[in-house]
Design a protein around this ligand. Structure first.
Ligand SMILES: Cc1cc2nc3c(=O)[nH]c(=O)nc-3n(C[C@H](O)[C@H](O)[C@H](O)COP(=O)(O)O)c2cc1C
Length: 158
């Protein structure tokens, strides 16, 4: 059976809150999913999951350092994440504060690793974005994304 992990970095709790909502939606959609802070994850752990979801606060329009370090550390087994589902989300302070470039940076690393990333024609296109603390709109986007990740993971495991 497929299983998944949601990994986040968060200093003031906004990205963590998003991670928890996405994790719940994935579990509710019958994809067993763990939620872990990036400091509690070793790069090799990623080999154990079929879907990998990564959230970072937007720092100068990019992922935060600890998330980048996690991606840098997967070079030791480059190619072994090929075909896994990938997805990303972020929290930033400002609209137009570099949130979508942050998500795209994470997705770019995932694509290089061989992950399968699904966009969303109706919801937040690249991945959920929160401006500060998640509000009701963001909660809906996180739940929607969690359901879609679970749906894709199931399709790919057939
Ligand atoms: C070092 C640093 C850089 C940041 N850079 C940006 C930025 O470029 N654009 C932006 O909108 N917010 C920026 N922020 C604000 C955070 O992205 C925002 O507060 C976010 O919600 C924090 O997430 P967290 O609560 O999960 O730690 C920055 C914050 C820090 C500490």
């Amino acid at each position: 059976m497929s299983k998944a992990i949601v990994i986040y970095y968060s200093r003031s709790g906004n990205t963590k809150e998003m991670a928890e909502i996405i994790t719940k939606a994935m579990n509710d959609a019958d994809l067993p999913t763990e939620c872990k802070a990036v400091n509690d994850v070793k790069a090799e752990d990623l080999l154990n999951y079929d879907a990998i979801v990564v959230g970072s606060p937007t720092y100068y329009g990019h992922m935060a350092g600890p998330i980048k370090q996690l991606f840098d550390d997967i070079v030791g087994f480059h190619g072994k994440l090929d075909g896994k589902v990938g997805a990303a989300f972020t929290s930033s302070a400002n609209i137009g504060g570099g949130n979508e470039t942050t998500i795209m940076g994470i997705i770019e690393a995932m694509l290089i690793a061989g992950c399968v990333v699904q966009g969303d024609p109706q919801g937040d296109h690249y991945g959920p974005v929160s401006i500060g603390k998640p509000d009701e709109r963001v909660r809906r986007q996180c739940m929607r994304r969690g359901r879609r990740i679970a749906g894709l993971a199931k399709k790919l495991s057939i």
